[in-house]
Design a protein around this ligand. Structure first.
Ligand SMILES: Cc1cc2nc3c(=O)[nH]c(=O)nc-3n(C[C@H](O)[C@H](O)[C@H](O)COP(=O)(O)O)c2cc1C
Ligand code: SF4
Length: 464
């Protein structure tokens, strides 16, 4: 990654999540402890027996901080934790914490940086969250392709056991916690929390119908909390420095804390940049050296491939936080900001993204399984000069029938977002392709021909 050590945050902003980036041995426990790491975990270990620290107190601090999940949906973290039923209503079932390190959303590469440079920051966040949730066994589900990340996490977990921060009756506190690193096999859908749960159970990564929500019945039918890597890393800092400090970093009460932004595409210095939640888009672009070659912006995807595209005008005063991007009718998602310059062929860009979704659909729901390759095929036809006048409206119609709760998970809504926004906002580019096409209208086969074909197939004994 072409990340420069200096200049990865706005002037005057003190990095939090990437504070240890570039330090020698930043990923090993001795350096982490020397920099004050594990101080919050030690606080809990020594204060649990005296009653100074309770799970409710930790949850309340996280709630007060306003932390919202960094995995995509921006759901309030402390509130999510309170959905886990109290012990007396769990029927003796354990609670599990799953750290979502699947990070497959195109354009997103922040979690990888966190685990490769400072894995103990995540582990401490997981320890604190486990205490709040009464978890005795937590898992990190890591994307299969992140070979080094898995290796570093395993090393960090071993170091934490060796130093007595994990295990049974940790430092005489009476607390027990094990952490296991589990490698996925590279399916995008396994980042969706219920597919992740299925995959962790050893099954095919198929999303589950909700409800029940994981907090009530998740992995092995036990209450389960799934949180993103960056979310859990933030927990460590909330416990270190308090919720009031955390809130000072945000644009407003509902958008708080430090944030990692992944910027890529046609910019001079793509990479991960840290800033306060709500950093203006233009400030982030300036940090990334501006648009490559001094060109103008044509479009921006503000939150990974699943987020509706925005035009150059729409990003001029865009605050990069959950509510700011939602107000522009897109989403911050995983904060993967992809910049496309004035020379970008939007038809090819949308086609490329649609190929990804057609490939990654898990296939359980008909609208998604059939709709995603249809959209991709129609787009490819337009690019190949075979587009027809009716294609654009038909694509919008198909897309609308795939979304809005027609499917088990929101993957289908994610898949249609670039098509709906791309075709609507850059329609003239699609029309220009179609205008050059040889076949302007649909040639519906005559009924007789269809009947003949079916008859011929039946005669051959082929059932379609
Ligand atoms: C198709 C799909 C893919 C997802 N991929 C990821 C992912 O790679 N990493 C992640 O943290 N969340 C991902 N999510 C969101 C998770 O389902 C879940 O909301 C998140 O892990 C919760 O963590 P948070 O509350 O800390 O944000 C994905 C969701 C969907 C629908
Ligand atoms: S919407 Fe798509 S990815 Fe989600 S469960 Fe249905 S088929 Fe699978």
């Amino acid at each position: 990654m072409s990340q420069k050590k200096s200049g990865f945050h706005p002037a005057g902003y003190e990095p939090v999540l990437l504070a240890r980036l570039g330090k020698p041995n930043s990923r090993h426990i001795d350096g982490y402890v020397a920099d004050g790491g594990y101080s919050s975990w030690k606080k809990i270990l020594s204060g649990v027996k005296t009653g100074e620290w309770t799970p409710v107190k930790v949850t309340d601090l996280v709630k007060a901080s306003g932390l919202r999940g960094r995995g995509g949906a921006g759901f309030p973290t402390g509130l999510k934790w309170t959905f886990v039923p109290p012990k007396e209503k769990r029927g003796g079932k354990p609670v599990y914490l799953l750290c979502n390190c699947d990070e497959s959303e195109p354009g997103t590469f922040k979690d990888r940086l966190l685990i490769e440079t400072d894995p103990h920051q995540l582990l401490e966040g997981m320890m604190l969250a486990s205490f709040a949730l009464d978890v005795k066994h937590a898992y990190i589900y890591i994307r299969g392709e992140m070979v080094h990340g898995a290796e570093y996490l395993n090393e960090a977990v071993s170091e934490a056991y060796a130093k007595g921060f994990l295990g049974t009756d940790i430092q005489g506190s009476g607390l027990t916690l094990d952490i296991t690193v589990h490698r996925g096999a590279g399916a995008y859908i396994c980042g969706e929390e219920t597919a992740l749960i299925e995959s962790l159970e050893g099954k095919r990564g198929h999303p589950r119908i909700k409800p029940p929500f994981p907090a009530v019945s998740g992995v092995w039918s036990s209450p389960t909390v799934v949180n993103n890597v960056e979310t859990l890393a933030c927990v460590k800092h909330i416990l270190d420095r308090g919720p009031d400090w955390f809130k000072t970093l945000g644009r407003n009460e509902k958008n708080t804390g430090p944030k990692l932004y992944c910027i890529s595409g046609h910019v001079e210095r793509p990479g991960v940049y840290e800033g306060p939640m709500g950093l203006p888009f233009l400030e982030l672009l300036a940090l990334a050296g501006g648009v490559r070659g001094g060109k103008k912006i044509k479009a921006v995807i503000p939150g990974g491939a699943s987020a509706p595209m925005l035009t150059a005008e729409e990003v001029q005063s865009l605050p990069l936080d959950f509510d700011g991007v939602a107000a522009a009718k897109s989403m911050l998602g995983s904060a993967a900001i992809m910049v496309m310059d004035e020379n970008t062929d939007m038809v090819k860009a949308v086609t490329n993204i649609s190929k990804f979704f057609a490939h990654e659909s898990c296939g359980q729901c008909t609208p998604c399984r059939e709709g995603t390759p249809w959209l991709n095929k129609m787009l490819k036809r337009i690019v190949a000069g075979q587009g027809k006048r009716q294609d654009l409206d038909l694509m919008l119609q198909i897309a609308n029938q795939m979304g809005n709760g027609m499917t088990i998970c929101v993957f289908a809504d994610a898949a249609i977002a670039p098509v709906l926004s791309g075709v609507t906002k850059f329609r003239s580019e699609f029309e220009a392709y179609i205008a050059k096409s040889a076949a302007l209208d649909y040639q519906l086969p005559a009924p007789a021909a269809v009947t003949d074909k079916v008859a011929a197939r039946v005669a051959e004994g082929i059932h379609s």
